[in-house]
Design a protein around this ligand. Structure first.
Ligand code: FES
Ligand code: FES
Length: 180
């Protein structure tokens, strides 16, 4: 039984579960889930990847944004069974064991967060942008983050954080090219 539905489990016949195989942050995961389980809840409650936040469950706030096959999606809008056979990246998959991802550094350097609730979703939406457009304009960043709400920082420093990360990523890839 999926953990978040345990308290209603005695109210009716058991809900049939479905086996899914998902690659999460590079790791293959096989799980039995109810078809009604949201991907956001699968990540938080089954995988214990609590960096993916849920602020509304209604596709408004973007706090639950993750990458599915490299595309930013709101994981409260997708069922876990729809991720079967796909690659999911959460905020926990950004950093390497030894150093922060440039986006994480950028949010630190440019003060892109206060309470931090929106931050994982902001970072994942920004990651999808920088993967397809390494040299975005401010307008590009604002457009890419337009589905993500922040209730405390305001957007100015978030945009600066993403642009800082873009500069750093481009500098790193330039250095890698020179070295090769
Ligand atoms: S929790 Fe998914 S958009 Fe708000
Ligand atoms: S930093 Fe608090 S909601 Fe964005």
């Amino acid at each position: 039984m999926t953990i978040i539905y345990e308290e209603t489990a005695d109210d009716g016949p058991p809900i049939p579960e479905q086996r899914i195989t998902v690659r999460v942050n590079g790791r293959k995961v096989v799980a039995e889930v109810e078809p009604r389980l949201l991907l956001a809840h699968f990540l938080r409650y089954t995988m214990r990847l609590t960096g993916t936040h849920t602020g509304c469950d209604t596709t408004n706030c973007g706090a639950c944004t993750v990458l599915v096959d490299g595309r930013a999606i709101k994981s409260c809008t997708m069922f876990a069974v729809m991720a079967d056979g796909h690659e999911v990246t959460t905020v926990e998959g950004l950093a390497s064991p030894s150093e922060l991802h440039p986006l994480q550094e950028g949010f630190k350097e440019k003060h892109g967060l206060q309470c931090g609730f929106c931050t994982p979703g902001m970072m994942m939406a920004a990651k999808a942008l920088l993967d397809r457009n390494p040299d975005p304009t401010e307008e590009d960043v604002r457009w890419a983050l337009s589905g993500n709400l922040c209730r405390c920082t305001g957007y100015q420093n978030i945009v600066k954080s993403v642009l800082w990360a873009a500069d750093k990523l481009r500098a790193e890839s330039g250095q890698a090219e020179e070295a090769s």
